[in-house]
Ligand binder design. Sequence first.
Ligand code: AKB
Length: 311
Amino acid sequence: MKRILVTGALGQIGSELVMKLREVYGADNVLATDIREMDCDVVHSGPFEILDVTDKNRMAELAKKHDVDTIMHLAALLSAKAEQNPLLAWNLNMGGLVNALEVARELNTQFFTPSSIGAFGPSTPKDQTPQDTIQRPNTMYGVNKVSGELLCDYYYHKFDVDTRSVRFPGLISYVTKPGGGTTDYAVEMYYEAARQQAYTSYIKAGTYMDMMYMPDAIQAIIQLMEADPARLKHRNAFNVSAMSAEPEDFAREIRKHIPEFALSYQVDPARQAIADSWPNGIDCSAAREEWGFKPEYNLESMTADMLKKIK
Ligand code: AKB
């Protein structure tokens, strides 16, 4: 049985991951932490503590107090927000990560932190982007993610910390909205389709990016952390994705449920530039071969479920 500390537990991934982890490992075995407190299931269904991830002493104190053997470090600024405030992103994303890795090293815990398709850049092959390839991102978020992947590998090789990670694509969820990302348009489109049958996209038509439904993302984290380490040739981080899609693909699928749905465009150059620097679609064969990654939802089944749940 694991005892897990989750940082950024009230964020887009955390709010669903914590609930699933509590179901699998028992509510008392999953300590949720975040910089703020909210009136929600994560706070009420098990242990919760306030934690600013730049405060390493407090993180270590909580990890010891709750006797954790696994750290899942999620607290981070997303791509668009990071571009608006690069220094804050560096301090939070890298400062938080190195603190969490240090606590993992001191307490000899297992460690997970998400990387992203943002770890790729304009010189990366755009289609079927390989697991091992050029990573020269031109965004602060991307710089953080590549540095994070290297740092996690370093802690694995140098200190024997059992670090594991995935490169998440845009994550679609009806529970908690993302904030400050580039792929957020897809989530917004579903909400606006349900609310007013229309959406204005800040990403232009024809811009393909990888996407995945949140239940598959949560399942991937649990599966990777439970995987037999002897099978892992890679660690930080595995390509994972369930679909490559552009705005018109979402609109077409939504119209099967809401025929009058109208999609228009008002492109945001800052977020479009980030999207243009990312792959169209990544190759996930290493994740499939090394730990059995197998997403359940495609664009069609995800859209049907999203619209049903939002309504
Ligand atoms: C973002 O858009 O910043 C994130 C990501 C792909 O990492 N959703």
